[in-house]
Write a protein that binds this ligand. Structure first.
Ligand SMILES: Cc1ncc(COP(=O)(O)OP(=O)(O)O)c(N)n1
Ligand SMILES: Cc1ncsc1CCOP(=O)(O)O
Ligand SMILES: [Mg+2]
Length: 236
């Protein structure tokens, strides 16, 4: 059975070499996986395709060594070419995450096949109407946010008027109700946000810096995951 069929986006770590304060990224990925994160996305806007393939390879090995290849999904941000090249080399990559101006989801689905996960960032403009009416036939989940402005991705939540729109917990609860597919929320999410975020009924949280910039990434990862679990008893 592919990971797509049991996709768990409850604790979703997004990371690339530019997010780790100069530290090697693979040990931090290992910390997140051992800390209980259920989904991993390799995202870099700076490294080459070859480096992304290599990092994806190392991440798949970390997941395999933890015995979690059947449960922890490995995705790549933006780069359909990287996913295809990695697979060609025999690397287990479970899917892709794309945004509104990236490769269309239909193309991702066509090239990656039905066993793959395709995630899509929800639009900022008229988000609620969009979430309610968008064609979700090719995708597995929506990424939405930001909860807070974030220096990791300053353009997250940028509206047509050039201003960043952040989402309240009430907005997120509304999104969770309206969406026909699972929703994962990120953008400035820190440990202190997790209890209220979990109570919105959304399917998961995603973070970069809360783990990648932590002094002790493994401890922080475990705290995030445990706090989420303790506030979502029905979904455990
Ligand atoms: C889980 C998740 N949600 C949203 C995003 C943002 O994707 P995108 O809008 O394509 O922006 P970039 O990440 O490519 O800058 C994400 N990566 N992951
Ligand atoms: C990749 C991404 N997509 C939307 S916000 C974001 C970055 C979130 O980073 P952080 O958790 O450090 O605020
Ligand atoms: Mg993108």
């Amino acid at each position: 059975m592919s990971v797509r069929n049991k996709l768990d986006i409850s604790a979703y770590f997004v990371v690339g070499p530019e997010n780790t304060k100069g530290r090697p990224v693979v040990p931090i990925i290992q910390d997140a996986v051992e800390g209980g994160f259920t989904c991993l996305q390799i995202r870099s806007k700076t490294v080459s395709a070859r480096e992304l393939i290599q990092l994806t390879h190392r991440a798949s090995e970390v997941i395999a060594q933890a015995g979690k290849s059947d449960t922890v999904a490995l995705l790549v941000d933006d780069r359909l070419d990287v996913v295809l090249a990695a697979r060609k080399q025999g690397i287990k990559v479970d899917g892709i995450h794309v945004g509104q101006s990236d490769i269309p989801v239909e193309v991702c689905r066509e090239y990656l096949g039905d066993d793959s996960i395709v995630g899509l960032s929800a639009r900022t403009h008229e988000l609620f109407e969009y979430i309610k009416t968008a064609d979700v036939s090719q995708i597995d989940y929506f990424g939405a946010g930001p909860l807070h402005e974030t220096k990791t991705k300053p353009d997250c939540g940028l509206n047509l008027d050039g201003k960043v729109i952040t989402r309240s917990f009430d907005d997120i609860a509304k999104l969770a109700k309206l969406s026909p597919i699972p929703v994962v929320v990120g953008g400035g999410v820190k440990l202190a946000d997790i209890p209220q975020l979990a109570e919105t009924g959304v399917d998961g949280f995603f973070v970069v810096s809360a783990v990648s910039e932590a002094d002790n990434p493994k401890l922080e990862a475990a705290k995030l995951v445990d706090t989420w679990k303790s506030h979502t008893p029905l979904k455990r």
